[in-house]
Design a protein around this ligand. Structure first.
Ligand code: NDP
Ligand code: OXD
Length: 312
């Protein structure tokens, strides 16, 4: 039996789609009449504290989110394999966001928007794409896709990950020892890391100060589409105000929804979106997780299982 436990998402619609895809395998929601001991799979997003109570026969946890940082902090998370969402549609949506914001900052949107508002005609030429370096933090599923999409646009690319990668057209840095070298040649920093104890607060004033200055007029830019816990928002405000950063695009926040009192709302060089960079699409999600359930029931190994020791 598959149990759905989704918050802030249309659970009824997902349940209906799963029931169709998995028929005649039983699909239930909280509140339905079922024995929790019969549940083999649970599909979760923001599970409540009692989500796993009584699921004595549980075999696999399926995460609607690609990021599992919050789920790993659940106080009663059962010790069974946890499969996260990895999907071409999700990657495409995330790369759409990254490409849009990289090109916006590369072409100095903040400056020319301000000029337009002031009715000021002042010619100034942004550097070419090849003279501008995009540094991607996190070279996993999403980081690699973002690099693949940015490459044909002509940007110089570099990446930073825990273990070394070899990706054509990308200068690959790895590990804490190479972090500063990675930052020192980066004009537009894109964060696609998972949130772990090691990466918490990595988008700090100290980090921004190590980015390359002098290529992008106004200062380097940062784009965070991963998790709010990566960023120190007070540091971002300070850096955007004193020129340590020229601009920031933020899709995620320390507290979501971003409180109306946050100074980030007011900053002309800060571009805020409400955690919409890449939504898990219902059609793709049902296809992906139905296949995982069917293959697991047929005795095949699970894919995209989270390594709990690494935290992603
Ligand atoms: P992956 O697990 O595929 O990739 C993670 C990458 O980060 C890997 O390259 C990994 O290195 C690297 N990494 C992890 N820890 C460190 C570290 N301490 N130092 C350096 N590099 C590190 O994740 P995805 O690409 O699928 O997703 C990334 C994140 O994007 C998710 O965790 C989620 O938080 C966020 N996300 C946000 C969405 C949104 O709408 N805003 C939507 C979807 C995801 P290595 O390869 O060596 O292991
Ligand atoms: C995810 C997200 O992790 O939407 O998938 O943030």
């Amino acid at each position: 039996m598959l149990l759905l436990h989704l918050s802030d998402v249309n659970e009824a619609s997902w349940a209906e789609a799963f029931a169709k895809a998995l028929h005649p395998y039983p699909v239930v929601r909280r509140g339905d009449d079922f024995d929790p001991a019969d549940v083999r799979y649970i599909f979760v997003w923001k599970p409540k504290p009692d989500a796993f109570d009584g699921l004595s026969g549980l075999e696999v946890i399926l995460s609607l989110g690609a990021g599992v940082d919050a789920l790993l902090k659940h106080p009663k998370l059962p010790d069974v394999p946890l499969v996260r969402f990895v999907d071409a549609d999700l990657s495409q949506r995330m790369s759409d966001y990254v490409v849009a914001h990289v090109t916006m900052h590369h072409r100095l949107y903040t400056r020319f928007r301000a000029d337009q508002k002031a009715r000021r005609w002042e010619q100034f030429y942004p550097p070419s794409a090849s003279e501008s370096t995009v540094g991607i933090m996190g070279m996993g599923v999403l980081g690699k896709d973002a690099a693949r999409r940015l490459r044909p646009l002509g940007f110089s690319l570099r990446s930073w990950s825990r273990t070394r990668k070899a990706v054509e057209g990308v200068e690959c840095f790895a590990g804490a020892d190479e972090f500063d070298a990675f930052l020192s040649g980066t004009d537009i920093l894109v964060n696609l890391l998972p949130l772990t104890p090691e990466t918490t607060g990595i988008l700090s004033y100290e980090t921004f100060g190590k980015l390359r200055h002098g290529v992008l007029q106004g200062g380097p830019a940062v784009i965070n589409a991963a998790r709010g816990g990566h960023q120190r928002e007070a540091d971002i405000v300070r850096a955007l105000q004193d020129g340590t950063l020229g601009a920031a695009s933020l899709d995620v926040f320390e507290v979501e929804p971003l409180p109306p009192s946050s100074p980030l709302w007011e900053l002309e060089n800060c571009y805020i979106t409400p955690h919409i960079a890449a939504i898990s699409d219902e059609k793709s999600g049902v296809r992906y997780f139905s296949r995982i359930i069917a293959e697991h029931r047929a005795g095949k190994p699970l894919i995209n299982v989270v390594d709990r020791n690494r935290g992603y």
